[in-house]
Design a protein around this ligand. Structure first.
Ligand code: ADP
Ligand code: ASP
Ligand code: MG
Length: 346
């Protein structure tokens, strides 16, 4: 959905504050681009971080149409999958308790969002049933038969909780938003735990849901990680695949850019948490980024790159906690050398 009045600012990420200030000052909103923002689990861990991430969306929404994709809050997917392990080991009380803890964790974040009473009541009406559904899954487990299908249903709860909370955080910042469950449009095969999406069908279905929202300046907050088979059974696209969901949403809405917001300044030559020698890479081709991702750099899911290359969308990897840093740009070669990064700060 390329907007009219497109401004060619291809080498500058949309969340830059200078740009927001320039473009919104005095002349009302001008939409140059469509962007997809994907936030990872550490960017969403708790109300304070959700508000910080929501602030980045608000800033970008001044100058662009924005679609958001969220992971589960950090640690939640592991916790959900530990329920399955407890059940397989015959520890039903432990599984019940874990399911309760998952609900409590999200209710605590809800409390810390400090929403007005009416919104908080509405949110409780959304989150409590999710918690009950999770308990039903635990109670209805097929006694001793490990099933990938069951595992995906359990794992899907993290993103379903976080999308609702993030949309509420956006609303509190006066950004109109609505949570969207990706299983409504990401159509996959039935290889549970590693389901492959049908790209074109998912794109068409995604457009029908997402474009009317973008048109109305409503930010869709889409659950990463999950899809559904044609007969409606929930699947997941594999661990750490919310980046891929981000690319799918970007592809569906013909976004100019996908920004993967994470907890490091971009893609490095090696994991910066483990290697003091790791160097930040400012600019990568799709092939270079794919090689790094495929060799295990967790910062970006390898399936993002072929899709981004096909649609020539620019992918940025940026640090939610250090948004001044420019991040890593992945895309077609930059045409003007003056647009090349000068070393980090945007
Ligand atoms: P998110 O929850 O945002 O998806 P991930 O934990 O999946 O974040 O990915 C970010 C992490 O990837 C970083 O914290 C870092 O430890 C790790 N990582 C591994 N290899 C690299 C690399 N080459 N460059 C940057 N980060 C890397
Ligand atoms: N929440 C999922 C996981 O932990 C997907 C993701 O975070 O990308 O694997
Ligand atoms: Mg990740």
């Amino acid at each position: 959905m390329n907007q009219e009045n497109v401004q060619e600012e291809a080498e500058q990420s949309p969340a830059l504050s200078q740009c927001a200030a320039l473009c919104s000052g005095g002349v009302g909103k001008r939409y140059g681009k469509v962007v997809a923002f994907k936030f990872g689990g550490s960017s969403l861990l708790g109300a304070e971080r959700m508000f910080h991430a929501a602030g980045l969306v608000r800033e970008a929404a001044q100058v662009s149409k924005v679609a958001v994709v969220v992971s589960a809050m950090k640690g939640v997917t592991d916790r959900l999958l530990s329920i399955e392990k407890a059940l397989a080991a015959g520890k039903l009380p432990q599984a019940r308790r874990e399911a309760e803890v998952v609900l409590e964790l999200h209710l605590e974040v809800l409390g810390n969002l400090r929403l007005d009473e009416e919104t908080e009541r509405r949110m409780l009406r959304e989150l409590q049933p999710l918690g009950r559904d999770l308990q039903h899954e635990v109670e209805g487990w097929g006694h001793g038969v490990a099933s990938a299908e069951f595992s995906d249903r359990l794992a899907s709860f993290g993103e379903r909780f976080s999308a609702r909370l993030f949309a509420a955080a956006l609303e509190k910042l006066e950004v109109a938003s609505v949570p969207v469950t990706s299983s409504e449009f990401v159509l996959t095969c039935d290889t549970f735990r590693d389901a492959q999406p049908h790209l074109e069908q998912s794109k068409q279905r995604g457009r029908r849901i997402l474009l009317p929202l973008l048109k109305e300046d409503v930010v869709p907050v889409v659950t990463g990680f999950i899809g559904a088979t044609p007969d409606g059974r929930i699947t997941t696209l594999g661990r750490n695949s919310s980046d891929f969901s981000g690319a799918l949403v970007a592809y569906a809405v013909d976004a100019d850019e996908l920004v993967i917001w994470t907890d490091v300044d971009g893609i490095y030559t090696a994991n910066p948490q483990e290697s003091a020698e790791a160097r930040l890479l400012h600019e990568l081709s799709y092939d270079e980024a794919h090689a790094l991702a495929a060799s295990g750099a967790k910062v970006l899911h390898p399936k993002v790159l072929p899709l981004a290359a096909e649609s020539e969308m620019v992918v940025w990897v940026r640090n939610t906690f250090n948004p001044q840093a420019r991040g890593t740009r992945i895309g077609p070669p930059v045409e003007f050398s003056s647009a090349l990064p000068s070393g980090g700060a945007a």
